[in-house]
Design a protein around this ligand. Structure first.
Ligand code: UD2
Length: 446
């Protein structure tokens, strides 16, 4: 039963009966007050007992019904109208009830992590015990018998030490030439919009460990040195980072001295004859590795292409729950002319007229659990496409774009964080933090 719709239907049907009774059978004007009140009481009762609607919904239909009855007896005295007025009023009653009820959203607003179910149950027991000692006071809302979260009240608050830095002013935005916030209020990282010293001071206390997953399969081993050398210097400098390098040629990984807070883990991986499969299977490998290892090893995880180099600091401003990078190729294109997969047969399809930014698969990440959900969902799409004999336009990048459209990133990295070397740099790109390495595609993928 769709409980919400029934809330409109019941009063309309009831009101129809009221009107009918009023005009055809009883023809006693006073009854027009009594019957709708009784009926409305029933509606309200059903509303509160069955449908989880607030008590005020008893009051609204009763008052409305009183007005209906009054109008019927005192003012109009036209029997036919008794059908119409209660129906309209009942429609209003139903409509008033709706905003208080949560409608099932067409877009998921919360993703339930099935692995957390057992945790929720144990928290419920604790809370119930704690509240059972309180006296029963009827007019005070008691906590739901099903608590949905538990806040650790004993957690030590993070205090950052006194620092000297330029004062921020609300009427002096740091940048006026670029979008600083998405429509869902996710900040977009641009040079000149944040103070890295403040961020570092906050971040250091949290002692997070960040993982970076990158792949160097077949001829892409040639990019390892440039990637690791620059990442060692510029990627989360001074913070703990584990680089996880997947390769089919572990023996070709150059020996490199990394900063003390950085570690390199080399993980053998098979190769595939098609470069597209190497790229797409990254999603599956990352998802599996999170479940078996990374879940216990790192707090945040980022996936990065290997054929890149870093030229400026990429710091803790990239840390958030779900992070996407806006593609340097398509950051000004209208949504209908960029590279989304639009064929409805593909699981990566985004309907025409939809789309926020075009995200690059070369750099995305977030908390380990969010990246797990993302990679699992994207690879499921890849697998279903394979079974249906279709491959998305830009492979796993298309699936990533679909995912990030319906699971909005909590933070966005501007194209500074992946600038394609082939493009001329416009003024708004004040720094090129990370850039692709020029390559002969045919040669390197052969
Ligand atoms: C785009 C995406 C890339 C991926 C690809 C899929 C950007 C900037 N990059 O890059 O993330 O979605 O399209 O079409 O949006 N690899 C190997 N060996 C190979 C081939 C690939 O190790 O033989 C790995 C390597 O880590 C590489 C990554 O896969 O960085 C992506 O491949 P690519 O860089 O050749 O793909 P590209 O430049 O078309």
């Amino acid at each position: 039963m769709d409980i919400k719709k029934v809330h409109i239907v019941i009063p309309i049907v009831m009101a129809g009966i009221i009107g009918y009774l009023g005009t055809k059978i009883m023809d006693i004007k006073k009854v027009h007050i009594v019957i709708p009140i009784v009926m409305a009481g029933i509606i309200g009762y059903f509303g509160t007992e069955i449908m989880d609607i607030k008590k005020v919904h008893i009051l609204i239909p009763i008052v409305m019904a009183g007005i209906i009855g009054y109008l019927g007896t005192k003012i109009m005295d036209i029997k036919e109208v008794h059908i119409l007025i209660p129906i309209v009023m009942a429609g209003i009653i139903g409509y008033l009830g709706i905003p208080h009820i949560s409608w099932p959203s067409s877009q998921p607003v919360r993703q339930v992590d099935l692995d957390e179910t057992s945790l929720v149950i144990s928290r419920q027991t604790d809370l119930n015990e704690a509240f059972s000692v309180l006296p029963s006071i009827p007019h005070i809302s008691r906590p739901s018998s099903q608590p949905v979260r538990q806040v650790d009240l004993d957690e030590t608050s993070l205090v950052i030490s006194r620092m000297s830095y330029p004062q921020p002013f609300v009427d002096k935005p740091q940048r006026t030439d670029v979008l600083l916030m998405s429509p869902w209020l996710a900040p977009i990282m641009w040079e000149g919009t944040f103070n890295r010293d403040i961020l570092n001071a906050q971040y250091r206390q949290k002692k997070f460990v960040v993982g970076v997953a990158t792949f160097a399969v077949k001829k892409y081993v040639r990019f390892i040195e440039g990637f690791l050398g620059s990442a060692n210097k510029f990627f989360l400098s001074g913070h703990r980072v584990n680089f996880y390098l997947f390769t089919d040629h572990p023996e070709k990984v150059p020996s490199m001295k990394l900063a003390p807070e950085k570690s390199l883990f080399i993980i053998p991986v098979q190769n595939y004859s098609r470069w597209q499969d190497i790229s797409m299977n990254r999603m599956d490998i990352i998802s599996n590795r999170i479940r078996t290892h990374w879940h216990y090893e790192v707090d945040y995880l980022y996936s990065m292409d290997i054929d890149v180099q870093m030229f400026e600091h990429i710091g803790v401003e990239i840390i958030d729950t779900l992070v996407g990078t806006i593609s340097s190729w398509q950051y000004t294109k209208p949504r209908d002319s960029n590279s989304y997969e639009r064929r409805p047969e593909s699981r990566a399809a985004i309907p025409s007229g939809e789309g926020d930014f075009y995200y690059a698969a070369s750099f995305y990440g977030g908390s380990v659990s969010e990246v797990y959900k993302l990679t699992t969902a994207c690879f499921k799409g890849v697998t279903e496409d394979r079974a249906n004999g279709i491959e998305a336009k830009w492979h796993e990048e298309s699936h990533l774009n679909k995912y990030l459209l319906y699971h909005k990133p909590t933070r966005l990295l501007s194209p500074e964080y992946y600038w394609d070397e082939e493009l001329p740099r416009p003024q708004i790109i004040r720094v090129k933090r990370l850039s692709s390495v020029r390559k002969d595609l045919e040669e390197v993928r052969s």
